[in-house]
Design a protein around this ligand. Sequence first.
Ligand code: SF4
Length: 430
Amino acid sequence: MAITDKFRKPGRYFLVTFGCQMNISDSEKIAHLLEERGYQPTLELESADLVIVNMCSVRKSAVDRIYGLAEKIEHLKKSGHKIEAVLTGCYLKSAEQRKLLKIFDLVCARPDFFENPEYLSQPAHYHSFFRAYVPIMTGCNNFCAYCIVPFTRGREYSRPAKEVLDEVKKLAQGGYREIWLLGQNVNSYQGKDGHRTVLFPELLSRANAIDGDFWLYFTTPHPKDLSDQLIQVMAQSSKVAPYLNLPAQSGDDIILKKMNRPYVIKDYKNIVNKLRQAFQENRKNEEKRLALSTDIIVGFPGETEAMFQETVKLMTEVEYDMAYIARYSPRPLTSAWPLGDPIPEAEKIKREKILNEILKKTALKNNRFYLNKTIPVLIDYYDAKKKALFGKSRAYKTVKIDGGQDNLIGQVASVKITEAGSWGLYGKIK
Ligand code: SF4
């Protein structure tokens, strides 16, 4: 059942999104669907007739935040407020989340919401006028031992190539400057184009060939599907930004095997080296440097101190620009769930801290590379309190620019980098 079938009288809607860019993208489709049917957005929960929570179950902490919001909704309902509440997104049909059923009037786990994964074809109400997310596939077939995505989003489905490319073209014509191709396992894309199957390197190359002045990103790739052909396409396609998030998850081969990640660290490092070499050979100036980020989980069941030291080694050697370090939290239905959570939280916090210290140093070292260089920065927003503009470089570095005007938002400015910190760059508009 679609949300609008149940709630026939259009009113004001309050849409909250938890989680990743895929969820943001899904919310953009929900917003479009509602507004097409006469609903108006509101930024206040109290003034809404319809609340939609697009949830994330990837970590327990995300689910806990949803309970906090659910309590507010329950309180509003009890105090006589006429409000209908819908829960969608990565909802897990598990004991842990069943309690949410009592608070929400309608719970539609992802595959039911738009009935099938072809919901990706629905138009979107983009959240920004210069940055856009284009979902190219959804779901995942990999079943990493810690991950609930294959249970909440189902198996992989790739959107037809023409549809993806038409959306990119429309965005480019509309003046969008930053376009992301999204998928849980983006580089295993296999979309139809007539009778042919288009693989991710071809899709990326065809997106790159679209006219327009835009920067092209994609996320999240799986190392096992990062082919030599994709590396070449990335390095040779001028619109593809010199930034990549390549999740390692652990630096230890035994843990990787337990996580059901089908690669060893030697192969992972080999990919990193090939990527760096390809950018060195094909790009100009600062784009010769590929900014790399990763995802790491600390405290996966069975991770000994020696195994953790392998992750320390990986992070030290690869010298990441950014790392998203998560403390392991068991998720129902996953194959690691029966292993429990044997590593004490204090130990996980300690390991997380050690990795963050390494990251702080490597990120600072990498950021110093941009010192005194003049680079293009896409201006994101103006912070009136800090009297500064904030934006992103092509390598996806946050750049703080003192002064400036908010009429630059959504524009690309030439910025001379005057200072580098671990978490960003500082500069002046040239
Ligand atoms: S590749 Fe692994 S971590 Fe990524 S969505 Fe699939 S199962 Fe989850």
